[in-house]
Design a protein around this ligand. Sequence first.
Ligand SMILES: Nc1ncnc2c1ncn2[C@@H]1O[C@H](COP(=O)(O)OP(=O)(O)OP(=O)(O)O)[C@@H](O)[C@H]1O
Length: 626
Amino acid sequence: MASALQLAGAQVASTGDATGTSTFILESIIPGFSIMRQLFLQYFRYDITSLVTRAIFFAMATQAGRYLEEGIKDLLLRFCCASVTISPNDRLYREVTSWMAVHVIEKGALHMAAKSSKNDDTANDPYRKYNALYGATQIYAYNPSDFDENTPPVTYSPSIGTQWFWYGFRPFMYAQYGSGRNGMFYGKDCGDIVIYSLGRTTAPLKRFIQECKDFEEKTRNALTTIHIKSGARSGSIWSDPILKPDRPLDTIDMDETLKNALIEDFHGYLHPTARRSYGRRGIPYRRGYLFYGPPGTGKTSMCFALAGHFKLELYTLSGQGLQDYELDQLFTALPPKCIVLLEDIDSAGITREHNNESMPETEQPQNQNSRMNLTRVTLSGLLNAIDGTTSQEGRVLIMTTNTPEKLDKALIRPGRIDQMVYFGPVTKKNAESIFMRMFSRDRNGDEEHAIWLVDTKLSEKDLREMAVEFSKKFPEGQITPAEVQGFLVNTKSPHKALAEVEGWIAKTLESRDGSKAFEKMEIKTGEPSEPSKDSTKAEASSSGLKIGTVGKAKEAAVESTESSPKKTGLEGSGAVSQGFLPTWEAYKMRASEGTPSVATDPLTEEDDTTAGAESVTESLHTLKSL
Ligand SMILES: Nc1ncnc2c1ncn2[C@@H]1O[C@H](COP(=O)(O)OP(=O)(O)OP(=O)(O)O)[C@@H](O)[C@H]1O
């Protein structure tokens, strides 16, 4: 090698002509060039100098052309186009991407990104079960045949870089940038989208954005949008939307009065003027519900049904594997109106200290995954996220639990939880309606799956009679709706179900010591709270807050409802006795009776709030015992 270099050096030094000069220059651009040249000369008797020189000129011209093109494009975009930038955290981001996917990509774009639901980040999460059941994933229109788990749908979207398209008679450019510096891609994180339109006016862009929003709304008409926690480099963010067909409210079997009261309460809260009215009274515009009851009684299903009915996006979380700052990030990123579902809030194991500090060292999990699973939010972190200073207004918070008595009083204090709703085992009436739902014919006349033995000869009347017969076999308050549903799904035939129900009930009760019915749950919050590090808790205690035992509240309600004209079925979390808003139903009822003050519609009426305490306390007496 050394001798070759010497040879090259000697060659350059010895030739003082033009070839020597260009060889010298080329050597400085391509180290080792003179050796290569020497070898070519020796073996092929060909001087590569002019060939390499031309190649270098060509490369430089191409690069210069590229810079020129970029420069012209920059000038064109800057001075001849209007643009709008959309950040990846904004819901517009996916609305625009969805529009692009259907109107540009699927119409024959040459460059696109493909994604299969099997590969997406949510594949291993618990909500996969919903995806499996309903095939919900990033889709643009719901089509049941798309959701065969064995052949997961592939979705196409705009690829990174730029894409020109026509919108109306105007050229538009879609540009997807990376999240890194200068828009470079870092990992798989995407940065802003910028949409350019030719012409010095923003009106076409605004029309385009509105069309993307309308399109998204139309395609999601019968779908509920769900978001779950998803990891990001800088903490936690909400996942891309997971879509699932709306669950109609009439598929939730529960006490009808209670269900209607809950729906009315939602209506009241979501009334267009509600935000202003809350603000005027100095009440943060938030609403909290606690759904409690045994497992499989419809708490989660009701959340989905409410989200679908009120067209609110559902953001679901469990406290496990979350740190306080992540919870804060997630709550801060919520849109102005949505439902946040905190599932199984008791088993989320909210701790009072950070990250298992209280756990003896020997019991601390050794491996990283177990440590992550044990990472939990602290009570103060949760309270802060729910109603801290940075917490979004407008959202509905629903917490579900099987063990309400274990919940910290600070968590369910008025203002955080405004209504508590009990979901219980099936009544005879519920059993009848579950039977009817399972076996009545599809009203749309769609073909049923072959294994589902829908008896087409059975008239609606016959089926109803069978349902009544079926319901008579049910002992009150001992079987959950999920159990009944499971039994009927397995039998798949009304005749078989009727024949086997008695045996099945006996077996079910026997398997869990059937002598015991489900005990009615009580939220025992009579004693004062323990002193805590948490300031919010301290504030709750110092305010003299004692949330009455729900059971006792119910007793009081029963006594007083005897004289009340109508029952609502919702329980204020002690909130009502503290002067918080009673149920919407109660307001409406009082409004129709012409009772003055808060008793009229709280959201639209301009009333005197100082007179509210009495009427509010009175409204408590309209609450129904469950
Ligand atoms: N009241 C009900 N009406 C209709 N279906 C119900 C009802 N309760 C339970 N189910 C059915 O049972 C299954 C489980 O229900 P769901 O997850 O809503 O119960 P849950 O009360 O949230 O249970 P958990 O406390 O274990 O989370 C679902 O398939 C749902 O359709």
